[in-house]
Write a protein that binds this ligand. Structure first.
Ligand code: PMP
Length: 356
């Protein structure tokens, strides 16, 4: 039967998100969701939209949402593109700005969807190794290429580059698009949005899934100069002229407008992160400095990452582990509520004590 599949389909190794088991209640710290609920204003807007209006198609140009996003970032509506989760926006960016003729660069340890998109769209790519400290080395991205993409902060390593370093990558080759995936930027990293007006080759993509606690709603957006936004719009309109459904449009817009709520929640997550990182550091973990809503940490000698992962799972705590060279001993632990992280710390202490 596989003969009936195209060569591309056979070659693809689809992205596998963190597990979502249904067998019992877990403390779920494996997919970087926000532990707090979305803005009450977003929930109210969704309820209000779930009436008569559902009979009608949504606005294909998502103008209400795009206007709110533009206002929040001090940009014009023509500099904003809204999509169904940032995964969709990323897919459209790969199709609009990268192609088979030139090689795309991204880190060897990064968001694993990038290589999947390259396979799907036939884009050649080179995975650039992170340095010894598992950081992106700017110098490796200065030679001309077919484009560059990386998350800032990077995932799953949580470490961020400074804006000044990213500017060097943008300036090194003005003829290629540099996509900065700012999925986690609100948890303490420096955003590139203030540089959009000066850099025609800069596209920033972000999501409402993490800082706005709306992973279930599926809202993402891109910011860049009008010519880049037009590129994304052309690709989108070629296969689906509607970006988000009416409920998502309403909820996303209200969440963006409730900036004070988002700020408060992200600060709470960041404060918990600092306490948690210090506590596991004190138990002997190697913890990379995090600017995201997760930490990337390796257990002390005597317990492997795999053993710690399994022992936590047995205790009802789900974290993420990647079986990839150099990081297979690390765990990516999403920051949950204070109480959840206290439970994780108690579980870790118990596991370490049993192995001592
Ligand atoms: N970029 C990065 C770096 C991510 O980690 C994620 C979440 N898995 C996404 C993009 C996609 O987020 P979403 O599709 O929920 O907007």
């Amino acid at each position: 039967m596989e003969k009936l599949w195209s060569a591309v389909t056979q070659r693809l190794e689809p992205y596998v998100p963190g597990e979502q088991p249904q067998d019992r209640q877990y403390i779920k710290l494996n997919t970087n969701e926000n532990p707090y609920p979305p803005s009450p204003r977003a929930l109210e807007a969704i309820r209000a939209a779930a009436g008569e209006g559902l009979r009608l198609y949504p606005d294909p140009e998502a103008r209400g949402l795009r206007r709110a996003i533009a206002q929040r970032h001090g940009l014009g509506i023509e500099e904003v593109f809204a999509g169904n989760g940032s995964d969709e926006v990323l897919a459209l960016a790969f199709q609009a700005f990268f192609d088979a003729s030139r090689t795309l660069l991204f880190p060897d340890i990064t968001y694993s969807f990038y290589s999947v998109f390259c396979g799907l769209f036939g884009i050649p790519y080179r995975e650039v190794p992170l340095d010894e400290g598992l950081c992106i080395r700017v110098e490796d991205y200065l030679q001309p290429s077919g484009g560059v993409i990386f998350p800032n902060p990077n995932a799953p390593t949580a470490q961020a580059l400074a804006a000044q370093d990213i500017l060097r990558i943008l300036e090194a080759d003005p003829d290629r698009v540099v996509v900065v995936d700012e999925a986690y930027v609100m948890f303490g990293a420096e955003s590139m949005v203030p540089y959009i007006r000066d850099y025609p080759n800069l596209l920033v993509i972000t999501t409402l899934s993490k800082s706005h606690a709306l992973a279930g709603l599926r809202g993402g957006y891109a910011l860049g100069q009008a010519h880049l936004i037009e590129g994304l719009t052309r690709v989108k309109d070629s296969f689906n002229s509607y970006p988000l459904d009416r409920l998502a449009l309403a909820g996303a817009q209200a969440a963006i407008e409730d900036e004070a709520y988002t700020k408060e929640q992200t600060l709470k997550v960041m404060a918990t992160r600092e306490r948690f990182a210090a506590a596991i550091g004190a138990m002997g973990f190697t913890v990379l400095p995090s600017r995201a809503n997760f930490v990337f940490a390796a257990p002390p000698q005597g317990v492997s990452g795999q053993e710690m992962f399994a022992a936590l799972r047995e205790r009802g705590i789900l974290v993420r582990r990647f079986s990839k060279a150099r990081i297979d001993n690390y765990l990516r632990i999403t920051i949950g509520t204070e109480e959840e992280m206290e439970k994780v710390l108690r579980a870790v202490a118990e596991i370490l004590a049993q192995r001592a």
